[in-house]
Design a protein around this ligand. Sequence first.
Ligand code: ZN
Length: 253
Amino acid sequence: MRRLTVLGSCGAWPEAGRACSGFLVEYDGFRLVLDLGYATLPRLLARCPGGEVDAVVVTHAHPDHCVDVQALLRVRHFGARGAARIPLYCAPGVVERISALEPSEDPREAFHVRPLPGAYRVGPFRLESQLLPHHVPNAGVRLTAPAVTLAYTGDSGPAAALAELGAGADPFIMEATHQGDPASPYLMTAREAGRWAARAGARRLMLTHFWPGSDRAVSVGEARETFGGEVIVADEDLVVDLTVASPSRTSER
Ligand SMILES: [Zn+2]
C-alpha cells in the first residue's frame, strides 16, 4: 500500500471541520508524517491510535505546520512510555518551538532529532530537502522510493529551487495560499504554484495551504491556467494512491 492521506489543508489557522498542514505517507507499511499543524493530530490518531509512526518531517517552525508535534510528544510521553524514539527531521526552530509550549516535556525524549535541510535514508525513502523562501527557514522536501516520487514545498515563495525539488513529482504538493496577483515573496498564488509545477515537470499537482475561507475552485481554475496536468485539491481525509494516477476518497471520513 503506497498512499498519501491529507490530514489538513488550511494555511494560517484551521477552518471549522478542517486542520492545518499535515500529510501521512504510507509505503508498504512504513508511515511518515509530513508536517503536523493545528488540529492534525486527531486525524493522524484515527489511523495510528498510539501515534506509532515511523518518521516525522517538519518543514518549518510556524504553528500551522508544527504545533501538533507537541501533542504527538504527549501521546508518546504519557501513552507509550518506553517506546522507541521516532526520528524527527525538522528545520531550525521547530524543536525550540515545541519545547517552549511545555518546557517540562523534552522533545528529545520521544524524538530523535535530525536537522533539515539535509539528505537522509528514511525507511524506504531517500529524503532530500532544500531551503525555500519563507518568513522563517523552511525546508522543502522530496521523497523518492521505487515507483514513488513526491515533493512538498511546506510554505514557499516562488523560487528556482522548486523546479529541482519537484522534478517529475507525482504529486508535487504545493502551497497555494493566495489567489489572483502575486502578493508575497514568501508565499505563492495558485497560478504561481501551477507555473512552478510545470517547470518541474510534475506529473500531478496537489494544491494545499489554502487561506481560510477561500473558494478552492477558484484556486484550481488559476492553477490550470499554468499547469496542464492533473490538479488535485488537498482536502481533509483525501487519500491519493501514489502508484496509480487517480485520487480516491475513502469512506473513512
Ligand atoms: Zn503555513
